[in-house]
Design a protein around this ligand. Structure first.
Ligand code: PEP
Ligand code: MG
Length: 598
């Protein structure tokens, strides 16, 4: 169904995944689903024909993907792995062999059998409690969609023949779709589907093109040729704007461009407040491939290396050697700057295939992170050996996640000591002074922070989980997302308490949750006296710049003021006010409201 634009809301709000503002014409990409009908296939000959048709479609899809891979624009060549992953999915027996079996055993047509296989794969993915891995089901969907199109003879959307500068509007964009695009003609992307870790976002980032995803039905609201404004920073999309909107966003665009170019020029300078207080600004990463971007954006190291990916990408657990090679490379590339490697934060539904653990009713409260590792000490020890071995190749630190009591720290450190003794016996080198810290992200750890501080060498506050556990809000549940409030007075008090405990014990304290990269939170975090902030690499230039505009003294007053408020809304309003004074480029308030009310 297509909405009539006369009645459509003019302003849509999605997730801004690549910053910047653009104004241009929409180019609607028909990435609509192929309609699949059930057909009963009677005879052996018909069954054989369906199987053959299916294999033919797989082959055609493989050829198409290989052609697209070869045509990939240079700017995104480093993301070729996305198409490789599609080629791998195409060969996965859960899709291919399972579909053939269904055709043969259930006597159904290839399209119906493939759709059933996709459903089964989806069910498996739904059990994975990890935003990144979970969102990869869209890759499987994209590949399946392409095979279905080939089965039905429907042509894939042609994106190579766009001959003017446009904003691409689609239900979803697969890496194959993006590879086909004439990038020089694309001003931006907006899609119905997608989240923060979607491919559209990753590619838009690489291309430095504004993008907004997760708009739910933008592809049904927009007509080809409609004028659009896309603000990839705020996630706003305005359809057929009025002249005054255009003027407003043009101004914002100019300010944004001037601001970003100014900010980028200084991203390699240290983040020192105007009264001389220095904060270390580091990056969070999940993949080895991100390390060079950390340096490019002026990151002063890696404050959080999430290490789950190597464990979830295949059915088998990674070997010590694989882990060591990966950690060594990260440590070497970022050296002499530091990297803090977090031990496994697996568990709940995020369990490697090798483990036969029952599905839990409340995975976030279940056998996750350090709890999982202490239940499977050999897994932890293998990882710790790899981290220890890598520690001689750079400035490595180790951090345990989701600690909720002292006992966990003691046992984890005991396993670390065992790993060290083993390496000693084997004559393998490691950094004897490897610093060990914990993530403070469970309310009980906040309460006993001063006790925990006696047993570790640093704290890193994981505000993503701290907010989830303190406010009882499932961080992945969109129905309670509105309650996820970093500025909740309880959260401010908890961070304050942890920083105080760390200072009293004389250990450094950092923040590695999303709050660290949120400009609105910076005065509060600076004022509290945090030593280090670790964030998405792209946020680094802006955050460093902001720190340079603040004085520690003023920020301390901000903390006092913010701690006096009774509600999150009051704190947020104060933080907005401050940000607006510090950086007027953040834009006027009330504009969104104005457009919505029209
Ligand atoms: C956090 O919880 O704030 C954090 C940084 O860790 P993750 O998002 O990986 O749980
Ligand atoms: Mg966490």
């Amino acid at each position: 169904m297509r909405y009539n634009n006369n009645y459509a809301p003019k302003l849509l709000k999605g997730i801004g995944v690549s910053p910047g503002i653009i104004i241009g014409k929409a180019h609607l990409v028909d990435s609509s689903r192929v309609r699949v009908r059930y057909k009963y296939v009677r005879t052996e000959a018909e069954v054989a024909e369906e199987v053959e048709k299916f294999r033919g479609a797989l082959l055609k899809t493989e050829q198409q993907l290989n052609i697209l891979k070869n045509q990939m624009p240079d700017q995104v060549r480093e993301h070729e792995f996305m198409l490789d992953s599609h080629l791998m999915i195409l060969k996965d027996s859960m899709l291919t062999d399972a579909t053939v079996k269904k055709i043969q055993n259930e006597k159904i047509n290839a399209e119906w059998a493939l759709t059933k296989s996709l459903k089964e794969v989806k069910q498996i993915f739904e059990q994975i409690d990890d935003e990144y891995i979970g969102s990869r089901i869209r890759d499987v969907q994209n590949v399946t969609e392409r095979v279905l199109r080939n089965l039905s003879g429907k042509e894939p959307p042609h994106l190579s023949d766009i001959n003017e500068r446009v904003i691409i509007v689609a239900h979803d964009l697969s890496p194959a779709d993006t590879a086909e695009l004439n990038i020089s003609r694309v001003m931006g992307f907006v899609t119905d589907a997608g989240g923060r870790t979607s491919h559209t976002g990753i590619l838009a980032h690489a291309l430095q093109i504004p993008a907004v995803v997760g708009l739910e039905s933008v592809s049904e609201m927009v007509e080809d040729g409609d004028l659009l404004i896309v603000d990839g920073t705020t996630g706003e999309v305005v359809i057929n704007p009025e002249d005054s909107d255009i003027i407003y966003y043009q101004e914002k665009q100019l300010q944004h461009e001037a601001y970003i170019s100014g900010v980028s020029k200084t991203s390699h300078l240290p983040a020192i407040t105007i009264d001389g207080h220095r904060l270390a600004v580091l990056a969070n990463i999940e993949f080895l491939e991100e390390v060079t971007a950390v340096r490019d954006y002026g990151g002063e190291g890696i404050g959080l290396y999430r290490t789950e990916f190597l464990y979830l990408r295949s059915k088998e657990l990674p070997t010590e050697e694989e882990l060591f090679e990966n950690y060594r490379e990260v440590a070497e590339i970022i050296a002499p700057k530091p990297v803090t490697i977090r031990s496994l934060d697996l568990g709940g539904d995020k369990v490697p295939a090798d483990f036969d653990i029952k599905k839990e009713a409340n995975p976030a409260l279940g056998l996750r992170a350090i709890r999982f590792c202490l239940k499977e000490p050999h897994v932890l020890k293998t990882q710790l050996r790899a981290i220890l071995r890598a520690s001689v190749y750079g400035e490595v630190q180790l951090m345990f996640p989701m600690v909720s009591d002292v006992e966990e720290v003691l046992v984890a450190k005991e396993i670390l000591n065992q790993a060290k003794s083993e390496l000693d016996r084997e004559g393998v080198a490691y950094d004897c002074d490897l610093r060990v810290g914990i993530m403070v992200e469970v309310p009980s750890a906040v309460t006993i922070a001063e006790v925990l501080a006696r047993h570790v060498e640093f704290f890193s506050i994981g505000t993503n989980d701290l907010i989830q556990y303190a406010l009882a809000i499932d961080r992945d549940n969109e129905h309670v997302a509105y309650l996820f409030q970093p500025f909740h007075p309880a959260i401010l008090r908890m961070i304050h308490q942890v920083v105080k405990a760390a200072k009293q014990a004389g250990i450094p304290v950092s923040i590695c949750g999303e709050m660290a990269g949120d400009p609105l939170c910076i005065p509060f975090l600076v004022g509290l006296g945090l030593d280090q902030l670790s964030m998405n690499a792209r946020a680094i230039p802006l955050i460093k710049n902001l720190i340079r505009l603040i004085s520690l003294e003023e920020a301390r007053t901000d903390v006092e003021n913010m701690m006096r408020f009774e509600t999150a809304d009051e704190v947020k309003a104060y933080a907005m006010e401050r940000a607006m004074i510090l950086v007027p480029e953040f834009g006027e308030k009330g504009r969104q409201q104005e457009i919505l009310l029209r």
